[in-house]
Design a protein around this ligand. Structure first.
Ligand code: SF4
Ligand code: SF4
Length: 131
C-alpha cells in the first residue's frame, strides 16, 4: 500500500486523462480517416478502388452506375483514395456515427457509355463511294 501511495496522490491531483463522452467529444486531428466519401459526379466507374481495396468492400457496377461500399468491412486504410484516378474519393476527418443496424454506403451515378465494338464503328461510317 505504501508503495502505491505516491502514485495514487499524483493521479488524484493531476488532470483527468479521460473524457465524459458523448458530452465532451475529442476534436479529430489533421489527416484523421474517419469516413470514406465519394463525389459520385466525378466517378468514371473505372473500378480501380474496388481492385485495390484490401477488404474487398467496394463494388462498382459500370452498367447500372452504382458505386457501393460496406462501411463495416472498410478498414479506412485510404488505399482507394490514393488509387482513384479522378480524385473523387476522399476521407472526412469526422467520427463515423454508431448505428443499430448495418447499412451499405450506396451511390447512384451516371454510368459511362458503353464502348462501341470495332465492327459497330465500321458500320456507322459511311461507305466510301467508288470513283
Ligand atoms: S479505405 Fe481501404 S478498406 Fe476502406 S474502401 Fe478504401 S481501400 Fe477499402
Ligand atoms: S477509382 Fe474513383 S473513379 Fe474509379 S470507380 Fe473508384 S471512385 Fe470511381
Amino acid at each position: 500500500m505504501l508503495f502505491m501511495t505516491p502514485n495514487v496522490i499524483k493521479n488524484f491531483l493531476s488532470k483527468k486523462a479521460t473524457r465524459l463522452y458523448p458530452f465532451e467529444v475529442r476534436e479529430p486531428f489533421e489527416g484523421y480517416r474517419g469516413e470514406l466519401v465519394n463525389d459520385i459526379d466525378g466517378c468514371i466507374f473505372c473500378g480501380m478502388c474496388s481492385k485495390k481495396c484490401p477488404s474487398q468492400c467496394i463494388t462498382v457496377d459500370r452498367t447500372t452506375g452504382i458505386w457501393e461500399c460496406d462501411p463495416y468491412a472498410c478498414i479506412y486504410c485510404s488505399i482507394c483514395v490514393e488509387a482513384c484516378p479522378t480524385k473523387c474519393l476522399s476521407m472526412n476527418n469526422v467520427h463515423r456515427k454508431p448505428a443499430a443496424t448495418k447499412s451499405m454506403y450506396t451511390l447512384q451515378g451516371v454510368p459511362p457509355k458503353p464502348k462501341k465494338k470495332a465492327a459497330d464503328t465500321a458500320e456507322d461510317k459511311p461507305a466510301k463511294e467508288d470513283k
